[in-house]
Design a protein around this ligand. Structure first.
Ligand code: PNS
Length: 166
């Protein structure tokens, strides 16, 4: 079985990493696919997001880090995956993910497997991480809160990018 875990990963969080490890344990192969969206300006470039994922996940067996653009359903069809995987933090996530899942199934017959987030990580989002880092680094505040949200390589990259933006 090959699973596909798509996302923006801007940046990858401890919540994403937990889902990757749990999904990788279910499948022979897991493709972690970074969305390259030309209509949005992410904090980290597609290449940077890919490298951060790779550094954080190099010990996980059977994973591939890829990028995709355009429709997820089309990409899932091209890669011939068994199913898409998404993490679900709460009821709001579930409503959104159920809609995406049905759209993707109608498009190409690809099923989606929803994995409930570990409650320890269910408050984390990439957006909260970006906002915290935007505040913490330019003001020189203590960044220990970020240890609870992202892996160390992402914390280092956030510090570098936020100080460079100043
Ligand atoms: O990490 P995110 O931002 O929650 O990931 C969202 C993602 C990448 C899974 C979603 O935006 C997506 O699938 N984008 C590709 C375009 C697409 O297929 N959209 C849905 C149907 S129109």
């Amino acid at each position: 079985m090959t699973l596909l875990f798509p996302g923006s990963f801007d940046p990858v969080t401890l919540g994403h990493i937990d889902i990757v490890r749990r999904a990788a344990a279910l499948a022979e192969r897991l493709i972690v696919a970074v969305l390259d969206n030309p209509h949005k300006t992410p904090l980290f470039s597609t290449d940077e997001r890919t490298v951060l994922l790779w550094d954080a996940l190099h010990d996980v067996k059977g994973i591939e880090i890829a990028t995709f653009s355009g429709l997820l359903a089309e990409y899932a069809g091209q890669r011939n995956v068994t199913a898409i995987v998404r993490g679900v933090r709460d009821a709001e996530d579930f409503i959104g993910e159920a809609r995406y899942a049905w759209h993707n199934r109608l498009f190409d017959g690809t099923e989606t497997i929803l994995i409930p987030s570990n409650p320890a990580f269910s408050h984390i989002s990439s957006r909260i991480v970006r906002e915290a880092a935007e505040h913490i680094y330019p003001t020189g505040s203590d960044d220990s809160v970020l240890r609870k949200l992202v892996p160390d390589n992402v914390r280092t990259a956030l510090r570098r990018i936020m100080i460079a933006k100043e």
